[in-house]
Design a protein around this ligand. Structure first.
Ligand SMILES: [Zn+2]
Length: 146
């Protein structure tokens, strides 16, 4: 004899708050932690296939590229410049050293950074700001994404 649990819609189930960093690294849904976040390498899926969370709220814009440029690309370019200044190597050496260093240090971090930023937007309920006039009541905190 098996007891059946009452049917609760997936979107109404209580979910534990997951770390945005962990979700980003695992590229999983920021609400349930089980569904996939991406539909391809960098393209976001329209929604979570497990809990149905609509990913339309996510807009990381150029954030992942900004972090890659600041923290990864600059050191890789400095490596190429150092190689040129210190050894004055021919171009083919840059082709087999500097170019792979640039590609391998800049492209792989994009996906986890984008996942982290999308998960952070969900976690902190970040959204586009809007003006509230003095005679309007501020919107109640609904927690609609929880
Ligand atoms: Zn989900």
């Amino acid at each position: 004899m098996s007891a059946r649990l009452p049917s609760v819609p997936v979107a109404d189930r209580p979910y534990a708050r997951l770390s945005p960093f962990t979700c980003g690294m695992r590229a999983c849904c920021p609400r349930c932690g089980e569904g996939k976040l991406f539909d391809g390498f960098l393209k976001l899926a329209p929604r979570c296939e497990v809990c149905g969370l609509d990913y339309s709220f996510a807009d990381p814009a150029d954030g992942p590229a900004f972090f890659v440029i600041c923290f990864v690309c600059v050191p890789a370019v400095i490596f190429g410049l150092w190689l040129e200044v210190a050894f004055q190597v021919p171009y083919w050496v840059h082709l087999v050293t500097t170019l792979p260093v640039l590609l391998l240090t800049c492209i792989p971090p994009l996906r986890p950074l984008k996942g982290w930023m999308v998960a952070s937007q969900f976690y902190y309920k970040a959204e586009e700001g809007r003006l509230v006039m003095a005679d309007e009541a501020p919107p109640a905190a609904s927690g609609a994404r929880d």
